[in-house]
Design a protein around this ligand. Structure first.
Ligand code: AKG
Ligand code: FE2
Length: 209
């Protein structure tokens, strides 16, 4: 292959844009009406998108009360409420592809986008369900696009039992659906391994957080 062609292919694939979800989307049914959809390598140009978002998003640190103390949230955050323009055209396209595929099953479009930046292995999210709002009582979906260094997302049943491990990075998509937010919990554990930074983009319907 000529150098010119290689360059051309590289340039094309570095331009961030989501692929179609199908083929490549697989569903895994969990217990109690929870399920997880996976689409590996969904976002073309994921590394370029990572760089764009890392540099352009207005990331902020948060502190939250935890028992008797107020502690640093171990990751940086940004939140795009409904109607607030998303920070990158590839995310607008991503939401459109998700809406086209899931709107019938979900019964509504995705509405908000939460972004997390995990600077290194000390950043994490503890076990939780997205249960602020309707996720605590109704079936819903949370679609997460993962950029940057691979880290495992763990899922475990709230009722107890072994956890499932989904190593995700570099443009992968995971969608948690059905009862997942109230019957299962998810986490990104800390790691002592040297890992690069990771960004996740969580698309949620209105009233789910
Ligand atoms: O970063 C992730 O993959 C998960 C983030 C998450 O669970 C949340 O923000 O609720
Ligand atoms: Fe979550």
């Amino acid at each position: 292959m000529s150098v010119a062609l290689q360059h051309c292919l590289w340039a094309e694939s570095a331009d961030p844009a989501p692929q179609p979800l199908v083929p490549g989307l697989t569903r895994q049914h969990l217990s109690e009406g929870a399920w997880v959809d996976l689409r590996r390598g969904w976002m073309d140009g994921a590394d370029a998108l990572f760089d764009d978002l890392a540099g352009s998003v207005d990331w902020h640190a948060e502190r939250r009360p935890m028992y008797e103390r107020v502690v640093d949230v171990p990751r940086l955050l940004a939140f795009y409420a409904e109607q607030v323009p998303l920070p990158h055209p590839a995310l607008v396209q991503a939401k459109r592809v998700l809406d086209e595929h899931y709107q019938d099953e979900l019964g509504e479009p995705f509405a908000t986008a939460g972004l997390c930046l995990y600077r290194d292995g000390r950043d994490s999210v503890a076990w939780h369900g997205d249960r602020i709002g309707r996720g605590s009582s109704h079936d819903t979906m949370v679609a997460i696009l993962v950029l940057g260094a691979p880290r495992p997302l763990l899922l475990r049943p709230r009722a107890g039992g072994p956890s499932l491990r989904f190593p995700l990075g570099h443009g992968d998509l995971i969608v948690m659906g059905g009862s997942c937010q109230r019957t299962w919990e998810h986490a990104i554990p800390k790691t002592a391994q040297p890992v690069g930074p990771r960004i996740s983009v969580q698309f949620r319907p209105r009233g789910v957080r």
